[in-house]
Ligand binder design. Sequence first.
Ligand SMILES: Cc1cc2nc3c(=O)[nH]c(=O)nc-3n(C[C@H](O)[C@H](O)[C@H](O)COP(=O)(O)OP(=O)(O)OC[C@H]3O[C@@H](n4cnc5c(N)ncnc54)[C@H](O)[C@@H]3O)c2cc1C
Length: 428
Amino acid sequence: MFDVIVLGGGAAGFYGAIHIMERNPKLRVAILERGKEVLTKVKVSGGGRCNVTHAEFDPKELTKNYPRGERELVGPFHTYCTGDTMSFFEKRGVALNIEADGRMFPSSNSSQTIIDCFLKETDRLGIKVLKNSSIVGITSQYENVEKGNYPWEIKTIRNTYQAKKILVATGSNPKIWDLLKQMGHTIIPPVPSLFTFNIKDERITGIQGVSTNANIKIIPSQVNNSKFKSALKKYSIQPSDLESEGPLLITHWGMSGPGILRLSAWGARILNDLNYKFSIQINWLPAYHEEGLQRQLQQIKEVEGKKTILRTKAFDIPKRLWGSMVRAAQISDTDKWADISKIQLQNLAKQLTGSVFRVDGKSTFKEEFVTAGGVHLKEINFKTYESKILPGLYFAGEVLNVDAITGGFNFQNAWTGAYIAAQAIAKH
Ligand SMILES: Cc1cc2nc3c(=O)[nH]c(=O)nc-3n(C[C@H](O)[C@H](O)[C@H](O)COP(=O)(O)OP(=O)(O)OC[C@H]3O[C@@H](n4cnc5c(N)ncnc54)[C@H](O)[C@@H]3O)c2cc1C
């Protein structure tokens, strides 16, 4: 028998258990983990470096990185934010580095440092970590409390445990979502988030590795216009949510980079409905619109008439990409500015500010991938992370329908939820 059982030995589970014991050392707390190892996702996170959080200290700004959870996380981030995460680790001797883009990693650049910190803390606080304990049943038996029983019964493949309160931190586990559904919770069906786009197109063939800043818009393909429109309505997505500006990387199989990953997160549901077949429109020179660029190109033509277009360094974009756009505008490698027609000039402006690519499928972004979906947020009290349906049951981490773009935000959701749930659990 335990006062608290934490379901799942991942990021949120460990952070929660540690804070429960810190707040109330008299409690008996256990973590049940199905695997033979704990914290396996932490281990592989951030390419083995663990991007623990992000240097965004304004709670409202921070929420803008969460396609699902943006509204609900405002309050929780006011209670426990990225600065609190930094202090947690620094107080325990884990120094953190902030990179130029705001991502934070342990100075050791090894996720093992984070794992060691958690294991040392669970040891110090006397938290029981029970591995190989796959949870197969969760029952609430409040009606038997008078008979001296604890209200929660947790069945694993080998044992049955009783607890006064439980913290569910099982991440994106379909079996646990099924159990929670049977217990009355609504589960938003899971779909992948944070993926790269598969594109086969002559314009990007042979220029893998090119990276540039671009404005990218998801648009319907020629065949799925009405499906696209109804999906926008279904998920209350504004077209502006499906537009991003940021670094874009051309890969062997298509496109990746923060600009693309951001779209994959915001578009996670709608793109799943479209079976990952859609189009994107790219402005490779976000400072220009088509007409403005046409005027600029006309001026270059007048001044640089004798120069070869391909060799002119007219704009701040990678050379190989410029070459690709020039050829896509039906301009040959030897054409000079003076040789080209008005139509060719218009084509070039169109390619540079609005080239359309057909996306057919997705690939995994290996640094980080998450699932959109989980326990419906309207069923959670975000002051305590307690279920509004089942008192005594708390949630933290990816089990909820919260997810973020890449950059340390997914872990911050786990830390914040686990901390707040822990305070509520340990209070009584
Ligand atoms: C490759 C990769 C890299 C990532 N890198 C980053 C990063 O650098 N920064 C970032 O912010 N986010 C990153 N993420 C996302 C981040 O890892 C998750 O958002 C985070 O781990 C969620 O924490 P959690 O505790 O909710 O779930 P998890 O960490 O998944 O933990 C859930 C735990 O519950 C256990 N469990 C599940 N079902 C049962 C069961 N039935 N019985 C018992 N135990 C069970 C699981 O085995 C697991 O240990 C990455 C994800 C991946 C896949």
